[in-house]
Design a binder for this molecule. Structure first.
Ligand code: S3P
Length: 175
């Protein structure tokens, strides 16, 4: 069975939805950022601070190349995974790609806690979010299924994804 891969901007609910989805489908769950933190022994923010974004992207690329070989797993990715086309080619080869979207206002609300997302630790968060979102929007739209999570709980998003997967024949009658 193919993996189910959640992509989307920071604050769109990939981790919480992924965990719920994996539970509902009785599949393993992998959060790529958590895996990177576990394997390096460093918080994502520390990797950015100590080694810079490019280094983080190399680690991310390497971890993606491994998790893309899994099967039957729900995979929550970091928001920047779409920046490298090879990440998406690999993930797409073995998985169904589901993109979680949200309005800029909601993203700002959900990412307000400082110290967690290094790209948003800056003076004008609104401006940064708008710029990054604009740069990436077309990449997030390349998914097999896109869902606006702005007014939905992770539970509702999960149920909606399950309907899509069932209707698309991706669950083969399971769940
Ligand atoms: C990033 C998103 C983060 C994390 C890193 C970079 C991005 O993950 O991978 O801070 O470039 O959008 P979340 O989307 O889970 O916050």
């Amino acid at each position: 069975m193919k993996n189910i891969v959640l992509i989307g901007f920071m604050g769109t609910g990939k981790t919480s939805t992924g965990r719920l989805l994996a539970g509902r489908l009785n599949r393993p769950f992998i959060d790529v950022d958590k895996k990177i933190e576990h394997e390096t022994g460093l918080a994502i923010s520390d990797i950015f601070q100590l080694y810079g974004e490019d280094h983080f992207r190399q680690i991310e690329r390497e971890v993606i190349s491994r998790v893309a070989r899994y099967t039957n797993t729900v995979i929550a990715t970091g928001g920047g995974v779409v920046l490298k086309q090879e990440n998406m080619v690999r993930l797409k080869n073995t998985g169904v790609i589901v993109s979680l979207m949200a309005s800029l206002e909601i993203i700002l609300e959900r990412t307000a806690r400082p110290g967690i997302r290094p790209l948003l630790d800056c003076e004008d968060r609104a401006e940064r979010v708008a710029k990054l979102f604009q740069d990436r929007a077309s990449l997030y739209m390349k998914a097999d299924y896109t869902i606006d999570t702005s007014c939905m709980s992770p539970q509702q998003v999960t149920e909606r994804i399950i309907v899509f997967l069932r209707e698309g024949g991706h669950l083969r009658g399971r769940s």
